[in-house]
Ligand binder design. Structure first.
Ligand SMILES: NC(=O)c1ccc[n+]([C@@H]2O[C@H](COP(=O)([O-])OP(=O)(O)OC[C@H]3O[C@@H](n4cnc5c(N)ncnc54)[C@H](OP(=O)(O)O)[C@@H]3O)[C@@H](O)[C@H]2O)c1
Length: 259
C-alpha cells in the first residue's frame, strides 16, 4: 500500500475553472494554483478574472484569464483551445459557472429567468463537458472533470427555487451519465454539491451576512455555512489522483443540512 503525499497534487498540470472571477470559482482557482497547477480562469467579465490572476501570481502561481460565456459553444471551444495553446494540455476542468434566479413561487418566475438558468447552468455544463472531454480523451493521461451542482438539486428542497433546483438536478444527473460514457476514454467525471456557502448567492432577499449567520445557526446542524475553501477542498480531492476510483459521484458539502 502507498500513502500519497497530498502536497502539490497538481504540479505541472493545467486546471480550467469557469466562473473563477468570484466566490467558489475564485477560491478553487487559487487552491489549484497553490498546489502547483497552471490555472485558466474563465467568466464573462474581464476585471474579476484579471483580479483572480493577480491573486494567483501574487502567491507565485501561473494563470491565464479568458473571457467566455459558457452558454455559447464557440466561446467554450475557444476557452479549451486557449488552455491547451498556452499550457500544452487540459488535465482538470471545473464547471462552476452558474446563476440563481428566483425567490418567488414558480408561477411568478419569468420565462427569461427560466431560460437564463437553463442556458448557463445546464447547457453551459453540457457544452463545457463536450469540449473538455474531446480534448482530454486525446491525451495519454486523460483528465478529470468536476461539475458544481447544488444540494438544491437532488438532495434537498427549498421554496422559491424550483427552476434553479431543476437545473442543478440536471447537473448531478448529467455528471453521472457523462461519467459512465467517458471513463473508458480516460476522462473521470464527478460533481460537488455545495449547500449554503459563503458567497452572496446564499443570502436570502434583503438579508445581510449577519442575518444569514443568525438564520443558519438554527437551520444547519453545523450551525454555520461552508467556507469557499471547504468546497474547493472537495473539488481538489475529486480532481486528484487519490480519487482515481471516484466515478460519477456527487459529493455533498453542506454543513450537515441533508444529514
Ligand atoms: N453559494 C452557494 O451557497 C452555492 C450553493 C450551491 C451551489 N452553488 C453553485 O456554485 C457555483 C458558484 O457560485 P458562487 O456562489 O461562487 O456564485 P458567484 O460568486 O456568483 O459565481 C458565479 C460565477 O459564474 C460566472 N458566470 C455566470 N454566468 C456565466 C456564464 N454564462 N459564462 C461564464 N461564467 C459565468 C460569474 O462571472 P460573470 O458574471 O463575470 O460571468 C461568477 O464569477 C454556481 O454554480 C452555484 O450555483 C453555490
Amino acid at each position: 500500500m502507498t500513502i500519497r503525499n497530498t502536497a502539490n497534487r497538481f504540479t505541472g498540470r493545467t486546471a480550467l475553472v469557469t466562473g473563477a472571477g468570484s466566490g467558489i470559482g475564485r477560491t478553487t482557482a487559487l487552491a489549484f494554483a497553490a498546489e502547483g497547477a497552471h490555472v485558466v480562469v474563465a467568466g464573462r467579465r474581464r476585471e474579476p478574472l484579471d483580479e483572480t490572476v493577480r491573486l494567483i501570481e501574487a502567491q507565485g502561481g501561473k494563470a491565464l484569464a479568458v473571457t467566455a460565456d459558457v452558454a455559447r459553444a464557440a466561446d467554450v471551444q475557444a476557452l479549451v483551445d486557449a488552455a491547451v495553446d498556452r499550457f500544452g494540455s487540459l488535465d482538470v476542468a471545473v464547471n462552476n459557472a452558474g446563476v440563481f434566479r428566483g425567490g418567488e413561487p414558480l408561477a411568478e418566475l419569468s420565462e427569461d429567468d427560466w431560460h437564463t438558468q437553463l442556458d448557463i447552468n445546464v447547457t453551459g455544463v453540457f457544452l463545457a463537458l463536450q469540449a473538455e472531454i474531446r480534448q482530454m480523451r486525446t491525451q495519454p493521461a486523460g483528465g478529470a472533470i468536476v461539475n458544481i451542482a447544488s444540494t438544491f438539486g437532488v438532495h434537498s428542497r427549498h421554496p422559491g427555487a424550483a427552476a434553479y433546483a431543476a437545473t442543478k438536478a440536471a447537473v448531478s444527473v448529467l455528471t453521472r451519465g457523462a461519467a459512465l460514457d467517458h471513463i473508458r476514454d480516460g476522462v473521470r467525471i464527478n460533481a460537488v454539491s455545495p449547500g449554503a456557502t459563503d458567497t452572496p448567492m446564499s443570502l436570502d432577499a434583503g438579508e445581510t451576512e449577519a442575518d444569514r449567520a443568525e438564520r443558519v445557526r438554527a437551520e444547519l446542524p453545523l450551525g454555520r455555512i461552508s467556507a469557499t475553501d471547504e468546497v474547493a477542498a472537495a473539488v481538489l480531492y475529486l480532481a486528484s489522483d487519490a480519487a482515481a476510483s471516484m466515478v460519477g459521484t456527487d459529493l455533498v458539502v453542506d454543513s450537515g443540512a441533508t444529514a
